[in-house]
Design a protein around this ligand. Structure first.
Ligand SMILES: Nc1ncnc2c1ncn2[C@@H]1O[C@H](COP(=O)(O)OP(=O)(O)OP(=O)(O)O)[C@@H](O)[C@H]1O
Ligand SMILES: [Mg+2]
Length: 263
């Protein structure tokens, strides 16, 4: 959140973003603003366009029109890999891990992929011995998400919750400035969900990251979010503090009052 007085540039912004697929207009002039340090939850019914918005923010797909700004700079057409290097971290609605690789190898692949073909200057980020520094980071990231004991286990043998944790480690290892989490607790048991919420809150605080997440579970939203944005049929119908959004009559009518919070 920005302090009183001087206006600061948002860390991430979407301005009038439009995205159509052949048979459906998915995002209709969507505006979004995320200040450094915020935890913004994007909520909305199934098919509202949340994942598509994440894809546009992360560069997996490009907007048809409108723009995406990162620290005030236009990144609308910047490819996803460049955004990763610029500080974007992302997890997916369905965890994307290499199922035949161990947990540690998955995290190492994430480091390798991000630094491959990088000129020597930025490679110094990995200190003087890149291989050793990378391995240390892998251990640190796995430890952070509580997967140290399973670092040699193939990803396909991990539980659903652990796969999501592994994906988080794959993002954290790159020390992102902003973390985009698409339904980080989807399909989890209540106990796993609680530990995921605690984990996200802990890593956010430890690293001072900004977090944008989509989530159907309102308990998770109101536990984690400093701000909430509501998408409905591709339109941003409300943004504000969790309390403001919860009290918004339109939101209550079309979303919170009508079967929201499904698994
Ligand atoms: N690649 C695609 N091609 C065509 N239509 C798509 C594509 N991706 C998404 N859509 C459509 O766009 C709309 C929004 O989908 P999106 O996945 O962004 O919604 P969502 O809010 O993430 O939903 P959920 O809560 O179920 O995850 C849906 O009607 C969906 O069918
Ligand atoms: Mg989705």
């Amino acid at each position: 959140m920005s302090g009183a007085g001087t206006p600061t540039v948002p860390l991430l912004e979407a301005r009038r973003v439009v995205k159509d697929y052949p048979s459906v207009k998915v995002l209709k002039d969507v505006d979004l603003s995320v200040a450094e340090g915020d935890t913004l939850a994007v909520i909305g019914p199934n098919g509202a366009g949340k994942t598509t918005l994440f894809k546009v923010l992360s560069g997996e797909v490009f907007a048809d029109s409108g723009s995406v700004l990162f620290r005030g700079a236009d990144v609308t057409r910047m490819p996803e890999w460049k955004r990763v290097r610029a500080g974007f971290g992302r997890s997916f609605q369905v965890a994307r891990v290499f199922k035949d690789l161990s947990a540690a190898a998955n995290v190492l692949v994430a480091v390798e992929a991000a630094f491959r073909n990088m000129p020597p200057g930025p490679r110094k980020l990995l200190a003087c011995d890149p291989a050793r520094a990378a391995l240390e980071r892998v251990d640190e990231a796995l430890d952070e998400v509580g997967l140290s004991a399973r670092s040699r286990v193939e990803a396909k043998l991990l539980s659903h919750g652990d796969k999501k944790r592994l994906e988080l480690a794959m993002s954290l290892v790159l020390r992102p400035t902003i973390l985009l989490l698409d339904e980080p607790t989807a399909g989890m048991s209540p106990a796993d969900r609680k530990s995921s919420v605690d984990l996200i809150a802990a890593v956010k605080t430890r690293h001072g990251m900004t977090v944008v997440l989509t989530e159907h579970d309102m308990g998770v939203v109101f536990d984690l979010a400093s701000h909430v944005a509501v998408l409905h049929h591709g339109e941003m119908i409300a943004t504000g503090s969790p309390a403001e959004v919860r009290e918004n009559p339109l939101v209550r009518k079309i979303y919170l009052g009508s079967g929201a919070g499904h698994a």
